[in-house]
Design a protein around this ligand. Structure first.
Ligand SMILES: [Cu+2]
Length: 209
């Protein structure tokens, strides 16, 4: 037990050191008109990056005949579970090449989660409720975030050179954006910004399909 406690202490000390060495990247994303763009996925990739094993999973619930959240980002290899918190049953599916699956009519917590092991964009739908839609961005890096309602996201990562990308489910195909950033070590965040042109608004939420 004593040895175990010491190991835990050593591990947490290492954690503190790792945190002290991490740098911060602050990203601001705007739409073509200069308005803050929420729900944009931003991620930093690096050549030769070794992906951590057993990445953190995610949960996309169904509530009020909607998927929550609308946008999820995970590292490749992550599992996502889909609890149904509605009284009605849902039948969710994806036809996206990065992850095809079909979870038959179910209610309550789904029997098994789904593994998202291939980088790409996955669009989720429900066979019963046509308006239900959600997006999963699977990325080959542990360094990612999603912008808040101010269009701002922060990524904690080691100092170095990265390719920084931004993706929004409603962006124009031609708006695909990435840039090289050099993240400085030490205090103070490195800043980056994106402007993404969006498709013309259709009938409100969740266009793109
Ligand atoms: Cu449904």
């Amino acid at each position: 037990m004593k040895l175990f406690a010491r190991a835990v202490l050593a591990a947490s000390l290492l954690g503190v050191i790792a945190l002290a060495q991490a740098s911060s990247l602050a990203i601001v994303v705007q739409d073509g008109a200069g308005k803050p763009l929420a729900d944009t996925v931003v991620y930093a990739e690096q050549d030769g990056l070794v992906l951590p094993k057993g990445p953190k999973g995610a949960t996309i619930e169904q509530r009020g005949l909607k998927f929550l959240p609308l946008v999820t980002v995970v590292q490749s290899g992550a599992a996502i579970s889909f609890p149904n918190n509605d009284k009605v049953r849902h039948h969710i599916y994806s036809f996206s090449p990065a992850k095809k699956f079909d979870q038959k009519l179910y209610s309550g917590v789904a029997a098994s989660s789904q593994l998202f092991d291939k980088a790409g964009t996955v669009v989720l739908g429900c066979n019963i409720h046509d308006r239900m839609i959600a997006y999963v961005k699977v990325v080959d890096t542990p360094y990612f975030a999603r912008t808040d309602s101010d269009g701002v996201a922060h990524i904690e990562l080691p100092a170095g050179k990265y390719k920084l990308s931004a993706w929004h489910f409603n962006q124009l195909a031609s708006a695909g954006a990435d840039q090289q950033v050099t993240v400085k070590g030490g205090d103070g965040a490195t800043a980056a910004s994106f402007k993404l042109a969006l498709k013309a608004a259709t009938d409100g939420e969740g266009s793109g399909y």
